[in-house]
Design a protein around this ligand. Structure first.
Ligand code: TXA
Ligand code: MG
Length: 320
């Protein structure tokens, strides 16, 4: 059910959950201090309780209230990337943020979104928690239609058009006096160099950590879980297609030539990673809509910039 901005604010202020557009992906929003509404989010998404939520605020000033001590580079990052697709994980003062938001961690994740409707809404409601508006494990939603597919046509959605970025925010975690990337997203790692003086490293993958390290290593708990996956089995290829395979579908690019026997789900042109990012989840969702059982995915694309995030999302989407 498409709702107005005023109705979205009213629902949120009366403990309801509403789907909200952002420039990255759509979010399922609840007010930051509303335990009941936040519980509804976990239930609606079937989200594991160990997976904390991002707090969305209207301005970086609002973060001061929650955070123990801000790193020197905080202001530079905020000035360079907010409002926009950056999330910062910082140590929070005790008892300032509900445990259901942080999943019991001593840190919380913060983001100042850029979408004009989200910003207007935040001005009316105050801080909102928002995980991506999809069933846990499925591709994120980049349009109001995607949200309705996952949560039915009756679900209240503030329609802000297709998401501009199409990929989730990049998450930086402040740990031992440096930033590390907890999740790659709409910002690539290189863009931080001019702002903080180094390219933040990636956190270790959960499966590379032993049990003792797991507690001490900064990670995004969400990375442990299955993600972005359509029902279709995704089969990666680079140059040579296994033509003996019965698969009829390719996720690929307009400027490549594939044999005519295949139906192509296009990520656009190889020279344009922004478009590939914007289309990625819509394409994965379309496979489900068309009841595709198996799809070849053309992985022969560059290994820099946004392509690194796109590759990571496809690898996650294909893993079982
Ligand atoms: O672009 C986005 O970030 C979107 C839009 C709606 O803002 N939101 C989003 O939320 O992607 P979600 O819940 O799908 O992913 C949030 C990620 C999870 O991997 C979670 O584990 C991580 O953020 N996270 C949240 N709080 C954290 C914390 N205190 N420490 C480490 N990771 C945290
Ligand atoms: Mg998500």
């Amino acid at each position: 059910m498409r709702i107005s901005l005023a109705d979205a604010a009213t629902l949120l202020l009366t403990s309801e959950v509403v789907a909200v557009p952002t420039e990255t992906v759509y979010g399922l929003a609840a007010c930051l201090n509303d335990f009941t509404a936040i519980q509804k989010i976990y239930t609606l998404k079937s989200r594991p309780p160990q997976n904390p939520l991002i707090i969305h605020v209207a301005s970086s000033q609002q973060i001061h209230e929650y955070v123990e001590e801000l790193p020197d580079s905080f202001e530079a990052l905020a000035a360079a990337f907010w409002p926009g697709p950056l999330t910062l994980v910082l140590p929070v003062k005790s008892n300032k943020v509900l445990n259901i938001v942080t999943a019991g961690l001593k840190t919380a994740a913060f983001r100042v979104p850029r979408h004009s409707l989200t910003r207007k809404l935040l001005a009316m409601t105050g801080p909102l928690v928002m995980p991506s508006a999809n069933l846990s494990g499925k591709p994120s939603s980049t349009s109001a239609e995607h949200v309705e597919k996952d949560f039915t046509l009756d679900f209240p959605v503030l329609d802000g058009g297709p998401s501009e970025e199409g990929l989730e925010s990049t998450i930086l975690i402040w740990d031992s006096k440096k930033w590390v990337i907890g999740r790659l997203g709409a910002l690539d790692a290189d863009c931080f160099l001019p702002v903080i003086g180094y390219i933040p490293g990636l956190t270790k993958k959960h499966n590379d950590l032993d049990v003792n390290e797991l507690k001490e290593t900064p990670t995004c708990p969400g990375q442990m879980f299955r993600h972005y996956a359509p029902k279709a089995r995704l089969i990666f290829f680079k140059q040579d297609l296994l033509t003996t395979n019965p698969c009829q579908v390719i996720v690929g690019f307009d400027d490549k030539s594939y044999s005519r026997e295949f139906k192509i789900y296009s990520l656009g042109l190889l020279k344009n990673p922004k478009v590939a990012a914007e289309r990625l989840y819509a394409v994965l969702r379309q496979l489900d809509q068309d009841e595709v059982k198996e799809a070849f995915v053309d992985m022969d694309f560059p290994a820099n910039g946004l392509w690194i995030t796109i590759r990571e999302r496809l690898e996650k989407a294909a893993s079982s």
